[in-house]
Design a protein around this ligand. Structure first.
Ligand code: SIN
Ligand code: MN
Length: 270
């Protein structure tokens, strides 16, 4: 998959692009079951909210086949290679649950702020591509973005080790208000299977999910291979150390999983 010139211009200008319904309902159903399977695993990569429900499954492409294939999917890797202009490796992989009723806040931050300060990634030649697994609505804790905030470089931040289970370099309210005064604040919403591409310098956050609807989003954080991290302080399943270029799979790489799911459902119903 390739982005068209308007999408590329929008990414440059606003720092993000939203593309609805890139994955079919059958492909999304595979990812939905896969998310529940990883949330149920008792592994160090699966972090939990204070209530005990899953918050984030890190590095799920290493221990679940559907997420392994998603991590090499041409509909994700293609557009990112186009924007970053060359081969990319996986810096981080997260399946974020934002569980019904219990999904907690992600404070205002820039991902590259953390990648530079914690991992010594040399430049913001890295970005996120997010896949909506559930429908994302105004009600279930959508991601909030400040358009244009990626043009302000790395913004001053403090290390928040207390608000949630996941440490983040977060921005002050004054800084967020100043940036939003210029760029506004948007919450891209859409059906499961939609994509959201955003700059690693984008200032973003998400509110708690008090709705009865879960909001799983998978985030691939991809980095140009020459821009790999230089410091290995965080766990390798949070900040990966395999800098080999990702070879995308074929576009139909989910077909087998879709067929296997249909077969399993048919035999369960029989
Ligand atoms: C993130 O900022 O990395 C995750 C936010 C979310 O899933 O709501
Ligand atoms: Mn983030």
């Amino acid at each position: 998959m390739k982005l068209d010139p308007q999408q590329l211009a929008r990414f440059d200008e606003e720092g993000y692009v939203f593309i609805p319904s890139v994955f079919s309902p059958d492909e999304v159903a595979v990812l939905r079951s896969a998310a529940d399977e990883v949330y149920a695993m008792d592994r160090e990569e699966v972090w939990r909210e204070s209530s005990g429900v899953a918050r984030t499954a890190f590095a799920a492409h290493r221990y679940h086949e559907a997420f392994r294939r998603l991590g090499r999917h041409p509909r994700l890797i293609g557009p990112v290679m186009q924007i970053l202009d060359g081969p990319v490796y996986m810096h981080q992989y997260k399946v974020n649950a934002k569980a019904a009723f219990d999904g907690e806040v992600w404070q205002w931050h820039q991902d590259y702020g953390t990648w530079r300060r914690d991992d010594e990634m040399p430049a913001p030649r890295a970005m996120n591509i997010a896949v909506f697994v559930d429908d994302v609505t105004a009600a279930n804790g959508p991601l909030l973005l400040i358009p244009g905030s990626h043009r302000h470089g790395v913004v001053e931040a403090g290390h928040d080790l207390e608000t949630t289970s996941y440490p983040l370099w977060t921005l002050s309210r004054e800084k967020v208000a100043e940036l939003a005064e210029r760029g506004g604040c948007v919450a891209p919403t859409g059906p499961g299977g939609s994509l959201l591409l955003f700059s690693s310098l984008m200032v973003h956050a998400s509110p708690p999910n008090i709705s009865p609807f879960g909001r799983t989003i998978v985030y691939l954080s991809l980095c140009h291979v020459e821009n790999h991290i230089r410091r290995f302080r965080r766990a390798e399943w949070i900040a990966h150390r395999d800098f080999a270029p990702i070879e995308p799979l074929a576009d139909d790489c989910f077909d087998e999983l879709v067929a296997a799911r249909a077969e399993a459902r048919a035999s369960a119903a029989a």
